[in-house]
Design a protein around this ligand. Structure first.
Ligand code: NAD
Length: 255
């Protein structure tokens, strides 16, 4: 039997077919999940609708997570249609380009606010709202990166946002555990996506991982998708508050 038969999962963060959220949606759909996909705004709508068309019964909804009104409206619409969720995938991050281009010490107050708001706070907001649609319990998942705990060149304020996101995973897991809701993160190795292109010298990070990771290759998005399917399923029923590295072992290395 597929791992996620009769499960409904909301996937936030597909912008195109290279998005990690797309690989995750594909793995969840393969395992039998019914999907709801969100897109950030009108500009992303058509592409996300095309992506959704490949998944049986998938539906699409707008939601800019920087707006409390849009987050509330999304979950109110899902509730009004009688949607109950078994899972949520938050695959969203944003930092201003200039804060990824210059020294970390020059991070502006506004740049810090935007990065932490969109990349970390939004997970708290959608986790709270999604929990209200999970009467049978469920699984919440977000995406993080090694730059939360090590200095990764040019990752800068996004590393600070990911540290806040990982701490939020643990606090949310403690809050929501008694309701049968698990909260975890996948720390993915670097993958060339639209967001990753915003990080200066990203190609040199990919080269270094390919040469040094224990498994001697860069992360295949499908590997992240399969790990997400595991975390969304009952196979991981004893796991919460965890950061699971899907990076071909790169994070274990010292100098
Ligand atoms: P991506 O550009 O495909 O996805 C980022 C998504 O964030 C997009 O869908 C974008 O629309 C969405 N987003 C940004 N601001 C938003 C807002 N205000 N409201 C709603 N949506 C918003 O890039 P990706 O690499 O697939 O990123 C997905 C997640 O994976 C991010 O959290 C990223 O930090 C994380 N991650 C990426 C890598 C990598 O190397 N690509 C590695 C580890 C973790």
């Amino acid at each position: 039997m597929p791992l996620l038969e009769n499960r409904t999962v909301l996937v936030m963060g597909v912008v195109n077919r290279w998005s990690l959220a797309h690989a995750i949606a594909a793995a969840l759909a393969r395992e039998g999940a019914r999907l709801h996909l969100t897109y950030q705004g009108e500009r992303q709508r058509e592409t996300v609708e095309q992506v959704a068309a490949a998944f049986p019964q998938a539906r699409t909804w707008p939601c800019d997570v920087a707006s409390d009104e849009q987050v509330q409206a999304l979950f109110a619409r899902l509730a009004s249609e009688g949607v109950e969720l078994d899972g949520l995938v938050h695959s969203i991050a944003f930092a201003q380009r200039e804060d990824l281009d210059r020294a970390f010490e020059l991070t502006s107050r506004e740049g810090f606010r935007v990065a932490l708001d969109v990349s970390a706070y939004s997970f708290i907001a959608v986790a709270h709202a999604a929990a209200g649609l999970m009467p049978r319990g469920g699984s919440l998942l977000t995406l993080t990166y090694l730059g939360s705990e090590r200095v990764v060149r040019n990752y800068n304020v996004m590393g600070v946002a990911k540290a806040a996101l990982e701490a939020s995973v643990r606090y949310l897991a403690a809050d929501l555990g008694p309701r049968g809701i698990r909260v975890n993160a996948i720390s993915a190795g670097p993958v060339k996506t639209a967001s990753a292109r915003g990080i200066r010298d990203f190609t040199s990070i990919l080269d270094q991982v390919a040469q040094r990771a224990p498994l001697r290759r860069i992360t295949d998005p499908a590997e992240v998708g399969d790990a997400a399917a595991f975390l969304a399923s009952d196979l991981s029923r004893g796991i919460t508050g965890e950061v699971l590295y899907v990076d071909n072992g790169y994070h274990i290395l010292g100098v």
